[in-house]
Design a binder for this molecule. Structure first.
Ligand SMILES: Cc1ncc(COP(=O)(O)O)c(C=O)c1O
Length: 408
């Protein structure tokens, strides 16, 4: 008679075609125990992960981290990658180990989650508005005094100053410039007036300027992107010079993105780069085009959603277990297959995706697993509790996305 272990091993191989790392297949209860212990290096197979699963190809990820860190170093700029992409303290710490001075956080709650797990050098890139969030910012800063907060409003600066005074603290502020289509104060004289206000108050200190141009980052074509970014960033450099002309020290000018990192690092006066998506990449970024062609390939695709074929209604179609809840849908197109030809994906509801199969892919069957490149990395990551680090077929780590959902 077949033992339960042999039976499970047989059924796993039949479904995945992948041999478990060590000997026989495990039950899900065993896998669950491994995951709960966060001690899975060398113990867990990628094919054992419950799907849909968010995975990072560690070779590609490490390549991306090393490339950006080397670029920042060679161009004499500091690097403070944006954690809104990964929302994961482990990743922020890996980037710091590679040379980053800290991490950007989009919101106060994201910053709190990163700080709780030991991330230092935080820059909160959106304004902290209202008494409760200001209270939280002061509390965070009492533990991490190097934290920098962005401001674009005089009353907000006064409120921060009062709250910091009451707590006998001093807050570091960066003037957020409106060089794009979102937040910020207008460059030049309006920004100077805000910097002068900061300079005049006892409990706040000017750390510098933040200038982020979201519409430059995704401008298609390298030359067009370069022209656009140079134009908008020139306003930030001029404003920094204006501050200094008026005797206001402005050590920091931070900005840039995955799309413009090698453009902005050539502009005199920009001291720091804050790209995010480069660690993972996505279809959206692949499409902006690089220096050497239509596909942007400075960084490798490292982020994937692994899904399982759960139904095969016809020879030319299959259904996977990853739908609207597995991928961000803001880009108007679905994910694409990683390294597989003849298969296209369309959303088929909350839980499912429909694959159209060319003849070459018609042998695909229930139980097969597929990796998808995601349309947009940041909001996709925000849908998952964990990201599994994979090398070859082995799972090396499971990082908690502890700032997931932290959009407050
Ligand atoms: C303020 C700020 N800085 C940097 C980034 C990073 O941009 P990317 O992910 O395009 O590199 C973002 C992304 O939205 C951002 O909002």
């Amino acid at each position: 008679m077949q033992s339960r272990r042999t039976f499970l091993a047989g059924s796993l191989l039949a479904y995945t075609g992948t041999r478990p790392l060590r000997g026989a297949a495990r039950s899900y209860a065993e896998i669950e125990k491994l995951l709960a212990r966060d001690d899975i290096k060398g113990r867990l197979n990628k094919s054992e992960l419950p799907t849909p699963a968010l995975i990072v190809d560690l070779d590609a990820f490490e390549h991306n981290v090393a490339r950006m860190a080397a670029h920042a170093k060679a161009s004499g700029r500091s690097l403070r990658p944006h954690a809104k992409t990964h929302k994961c303290p482990e990743i922020a710490k890996i980037l710091i180990k590679a040379g980053a001075v800290g991490a950007c956080a989009a919101k106060i709650s994201e910053a709190e989650a990163l700080a709780r797990d030991g991330v230092t050098g935080l820059l909160i890139t959106t304004a902290v508005i209202g008494p409760h969030k200001i209270e939280r910012a002061v509390r965070l800063t009492s533990r991490r005094p190097e934290t920098i907060l962005c401001v674009d409003n005089a009353q907000n600066v006064r409120d921060l100053n009062s709250a910091a005074g009451a707590a006998r603290q001093k807050l570091n502020l960066a003037v957020d410039l409106w060089i794009s289509n979102r937040t910020g104060i207008r460059p030049g004289e309006p920004a100077l007036a805000l910097a002068q206000l900061i300079d005049s108050l006892p409990h706040v200190k000017l750390a510098g300027i933040q200038a982020y141009a979201g519409n430059a980052s995704h401008t298609k074509g390298f030359e067009q992107r370069k022209k656009f970014s140079r134009e908008v960033m020139a306003q930030a450099v001029d404003t920094r010079n204006l501050f200094e002309k008026h005797g206001i020290e402005c050590p920091l000018l931070t900005g840039g993105s995955t799309g413009t990192y090698n453009i902005d690092s050539e502009i005199d006066g920009i001291t720091e780069l804050q790209p995010g998506s480069f660690i993972f990449m996505d279809i959206d970024y692949n499409r902006i085009g690089g220096k050497d062609g239509d596909v942007y390939q400075d960084f490798r695709n490292s982020l994937f959603v692994t899904a399982t074929v759960v139904s095969k209604p016809t020879d030319s179609s299959a259904i996977v277990d990853a739908g609207l809840k597995a991928f961000a849908t803001d880009r108007g197109y679905g994910p694409s297959l990683h390294e597989r030809e003849g298969i296209s994906y369309a959303f088929a509801g909350d839980e499912h995706g429909r694959l159209s199969l060319a003849d070459s892919a018609s042998s695909m069957n229930v139980g097969d697993r597929l990796d998808f490149v995601v349309p947009h990395c940041d909001p996709t990551v925000n849908l998952y509790d964990r990201i599994y680090g994979v090398r070859g077929g082995a799972v090396e780590c499971a990082w908690r996305i502890s700032a997931r959902g932290m959009s407050q």
